[in-house]
Ligand binder design. Structure first.
Ligand SMILES: [Fe+2]
Ligand SMILES: [Fe+2]
Length: 143
């Protein structure tokens, strides 16, 4: 299992969970999903993005990705204090659209470039970093 597969699994899980929460609203599940999503973005921003931002071929994708992550973070911030359920659900629908767009870009454009540009040992090294950081953060946040 390498970093790309791990990140793709996260994408799938977050999308499935979000769809479920939109269909049947559950605040606990929403907060749990938000924590997973925040962790996923922190992993990408601390391990994968800096490396790919150095490379001319992927710099524009990464610049765009930081902006898309920020939009996701803004929505998560808003729903975390939002009392009205219907407004929450409508924000989550926007969130799902943003995520679908962002994830498609990562999986179809960024990840293939990662596999093409980075030597296998570097991907292996990053995979270990992703796994370690996830374990550490999950222990700290008591997921
Ligand atoms: Fe991302
Ligand atoms: Fe991602």
């Amino acid at each position: 299992m390498d970093m790309i597969q791990l990140l793709k699994e996260d994408h799938q899980r977050v999308k499935t969970n979000l769809e479920q929460i939109i269909n049947r609203f559950d605040r606990e599940m929403m907060m749990q999903c938000a924590r997973e999503l925040q962790l996923h973005m922190r992993l990408e921003e601390s391990i994968l993005y800096p490396e790919m931002q150095k490379r001319q071929e992927t710099r524009h994708l990464i610049d765009e990705s930081y902006g898309e992550h920020q939009e996701v973070k803004d929505i998560l911030e808003r729903v975390s204090t939002m009392q009205d359920e219907q407004r929450c659900v409508s924000e989550l629908k926007t969130l799902l659209k943003e995520i679908n767009h962002h994830v498609t870009e990562e999986e179809n454009e960024l990840f293939p470039q990662v596999q093409q540009l980075l030597p296998p040992n570097e991907i292996e090294h990053m995979t270990r970093q992703v796994m370690q950081m996830r374990e550490r953060e999950m222990a700290e946040q008591r997921f």
